[in-house]
Design a protein around this ligand. Structure first.
Ligand code: ZN
Ligand code: ZN
Length: 136
């Protein structure tokens, strides 16, 4: 919401938070805009279109659209198991985006693998080079 407001202001529009909120509410009511809950209280809004699900990076919080991860048969199975009628769904998968995965891989999952592109390991010298505390 703050992003929309600041984006409009950056584009030269007079936009205050409450008028943006009213517009978003109106678009949500007419289903022109969809709410994508991100699980930690944050919400992303996007234009409604063909159904898709999302994947979110747990590191940099980038959000990307992916093809629907649920099949009709799975939804029907969930209906049978729960007794509920499922009308719609929004799936947000947590993951690592390609940039964050590449940044993380040499240190964690592949720490013991021989990497084809050997990079010098970045060492944390700040903690090792801690100056001795002067005593009185
Ligand atoms: Zn990322
Ligand atoms: Zn889906």
């Amino acid at each position: 919401m703050e992003q929309i407001t600041s984006g409009l202001q950056a584009a030269g529009h007079q936009a205050d938070f409450s008028s943006v909120w009213r517009a978003v509410e109106r678009l949500l009511r007419t289903h022109a805009l969809e709410r994508v809950p991100l699980g930690d209280g944050a919400t992303q809004y996007e234009l409604a279109g063909a159904h898709h699900d999302h994947v979110r990076c747990v590191r940099c919080h980038a959000l990307a659209a992916i093809d629907c991860v649920l099949h009709e048969s799975e939804l029907r199975g969930a209906e049978r198991a729960s007794g509920w009628s499922i009308l719609e769904h929004r799936v947000v998968l947590d993951g690592l985006c390609p940039a964050c995965r590449d940044a993380q891989a040499p240190r964690s999952a592949h720490a013991n693998c021989v990497s084809p592109r050997a990079e010098p390991a970045a060492r944390d010298t700040a903690s090792a080079a801690r100056p001795a505390r002067a005593r009185r």
